[in-house]
Design a protein around this ligand. Structure first.
Ligand SMILES: Cc1cc2nc3c(=O)[nH]c(=O)nc-3n(C[C@H](O)[C@H](O)[C@H](O)COP(=O)(O)OP(=O)(O)OC[C@H]3O[C@@H](n4cnc5c(N)ncnc54)[C@H](O)[C@@H]3O)c2cc1C
Length: 400
């Protein structure tokens, strides 16, 4: 009898110690990062995606202080003091450095890390109806109907008719030289080796202007600066689905990355914030090892969508809906004021990591320092925007 009892106890211990299998869907930055973080904490992880090694198409940038340190090795260009240009053509500098990443090296780094940690890569398209704990990091298609707003941008890597930006220089926002009707846009430009990367960007809008329209604006803007595009080496057509309430997932499925609604609703940034959240999420899951998939998923959702983060994203979303209604002049006036804020706070806001009190302080400061015209415009737009309805519908859907 005694022997049997000892054997049972050992078996139970072995079962409890054995990590449950976790499925991660998606091999973008969010999927690879969370898979690696989980496997590094001893979890058995299978990552499933239609083509886990297919090259990523997007090019990524981030404010340097917010970039996880492991990504320093994939920085391709560093801009210690990015500039911005106001509506009159005056150039100012931001006191926070910015980096552009090498997409190929970024993907290789995250893939290698996941494989080194023992993540099993599987080809296939998963569904969100698995029994075990599933982390869905399947991205967010602009066609899914879930987004209320979009960021649209048309970018080119090209030589210019004359040298414009010196190596090591970038323009975070050029707010001048465009008299667009329709959603306002600005130019984001970096010097990358011999080429310039020039991207005409509609920050956030209900509308989706065509890429042809943005290319036209880009050429016209350059012309107004006495510049013309030389041969184009590469193009980037960027359409980011934004806005709406958080999408935490349900049952044993936890959403992560763009799927979860973690893309900043007002700026479109996501990468650095998402990669900083991955260890937090993995730690919660690893610590609760042995609990049912449903319990694990609930804990994971609570970590990801803490009350603070939910409120923060509601504030971002509210701000985004006001920003989306500004015209070209209004966007210029707003940004000329916003970009003079403290660089560290401004960068954290853009990234999505700024806490609620600091977000409120930054919003308050931006409003107080705004010129009377934009202040009146912001007040008018705020009155037309419905935070209460939005807040309550958000919380209902968050818990669904
Ligand atoms: C052109 C562009 C440029 C951007 N630039 C920046 C930037 O500079 N800085 C920044 O912070 N953010 C940027 N973003 C926003 C954001 O960081 C990216 O969209 C980021 O790629 C989102 O990461 P993700 O892993 O959540 O989703 P994705 O990168 O979209 O990856 C989704 C993955 O899921 C897979 N998948 C889809 N359906 C299934 C399924 N059913 N089962 C399994 N797998 C599935 C896909 O094949 C893919 O591997 C940019 C976005 C775009 C579109």
């Amino acid at each position: 009898m005694q022997t049997v009892f000892i054997q049972c106890t050992r078996l139970e211990m072995a079962d409890n110690d054995r990590p449950q299998a976790i499925t991660v869907l998606g091999a973008g930055p969010a999927g690879l990062a969370i898979a690696a973080e989980l496997a590094e904490r001893g979890q058995r992880v299978t990552l499933r995606a239609p083509a886990p090694r297919a090259p990523w198409a997007a090019s990524y940038g981030a404010f340097e202080p917010l970039l996880p340190s492991e990504l320093q090795s994939v920085v391709s260009f560093r801009f210690p003091r990015p500039s911005w240009i106001d509506r009159t053509g005056r150039v100012s500098e931001l006191d926070v450095s910015y980096v552009r990443l090498d997409t190929e090296r970024l993907q290789a780094l995250l893939l290698a890390r996941a494989e080194r940690a023992g993540v099993h890569l599987e080809v296939g398209a998963g569904r969100n109806d698995a029994d075990g704990l599933t982390i869905a990091a399947t991205g967010r298609s602009p066609e899914s109907g879930s987004s209320t707003q979009y960021q649209t941008a048309y970018g080119v890597w090209a030589r210019l008719s004359a040298d414009w930006l010196e190596p090591g220089r970038m323009i975070f926002m050029d707010l001048g030289g465009s008299e667009a009707s329709g959603p306002p846009s600005f130019l984001y430009a970096t010097r990358e080796g011999k080429l310039h990367f020039l991207q005409e960007t509609v920050l956030v809008s209900d509308a989706r202007p065509s890429f042809a329209e943005l290319e036209h604006r880009l050429r016209r803007r350059l012309q107004s600066r006495g510049l013309a595009l030389g041969p184009i080496e590469r193009e980037e057509r960027c359409l980011i689905a934004m806005g709406g309430p958080p999408r935490p997932g349900r049952g044993p499925v936890v959403h992560f990355g763009a799927t979860a609604g973690l893309t900043h609703p007002a700026t479109g940034y996501h990468l650095a914030h998402c990669l900083r959240l991955a260890p937090l999420l993995a730690e919660t899951i690893a610590r609760a090892q042995g609990e049912s998939p449903l319990r694990l998923a609930e804990r994971a959702r609570k970590t990801l969508w803490s009350s603070e983060r939910k409120l923060r994203y509601r504030l971002f979303d509210y701000g985004a809906r006001i920003l989306a209604r500004l015209d070209q002049d209004g966007l210029g006036r707003f940004m000329e004021n916003f970009l003079t804020s403290d660089g560290e706070a401004m960068a954290s806001f853009v990234d999505g990591g700024l806490s609620v009190p600091r977000t409120l302080a930054l919003m308050g400061r931006t409003f107080r320092h705004a010129d009377p015209q934009i202040r009146r415009q912001l007040l008018g737009l705020a009155a037309q925007t419905t935070p209460q309805r939005h807040l309550s519908s958000t919380s209902q859907r968050t818990h669904s």
